[in-house]
Design a protein around this ligand. Structure first.
Ligand code: FES
Ligand code: FES
Length: 159
């Protein structure tokens, strides 16, 4: 089988899988990185949201052949290591402060989407708007949306 090399949470990894295997299954089933969750597999629910080169993406919809050895994937497992210090990422701290999680299934994706949003609006030199929060499409079956919005605003201040 073909080999594929990429960067994952700060380490170089190589996997031996067919070109058309999507990255979510490479992460979860081959590499044992199960923070990104499987919900729909068709880029709708956003439960698998992670980062590629600092931007949000949905690994359920990207074949492993689409990434190169310099591409850096970050999952919730590696998020804290993207900032200084030994603790959690500030967005994870904000999540705890606002007691967001209920069943928890969607929460890794929600946090990764939140961090990507904050980084994006920073690059654009502006603050988060209500429209930005409305545009987050990550589904939460437990309905934690109000707390998510509050936590993103807190996390943005602390990032
Ligand atoms: S599992 Fe990736 S978007 Fe639903
Ligand atoms: S916390 Fe249960 S699906 Fe979001």
């Amino acid at each position: 089988m073909p080999k594929h090399t990429f960067q994952l949470n700060g380490e170089t990894v190589t996997v031996d899988v067919e070109d058309d295997v999507r990255i979510l299954w490479v992460l979860r089933d081959v590499l044992g990185v199960t923070g990104p969750k499987y919900g729909c597999g068709i880029n709708v629910c956003k439960a698998c949201t992670s980062h590629i080169n600092g931007k949000a993406f949905n690994p359920c919809s990207v074949p492993v052949s689409a990434i190169g050895e310099d591409d850096e994937i970050t999952t919730i497992e590696g998020l804290a290591d993207t900032v200084d210090g030994d603790g959690l990422h500030p967005m994870q701290e904000a999540w705890l402060e606002h007691d967001v999680a209920q069943c928890g299934y969607c929460q890794p994706g929600q946090i990764m989407a939140a961090v990507a949003l904050v980084n994006k609006v920073r690059e654009e030199g502006r603050a988060i708007t209500e429209g930005d929060l409305d545009a987050i499409r990550n589904v939460c079956r437990c309905g934690t949306y109000t707390h998510i919005r509050e936590a993103i605003r807190t996390g943005a201040v602390q990032m």
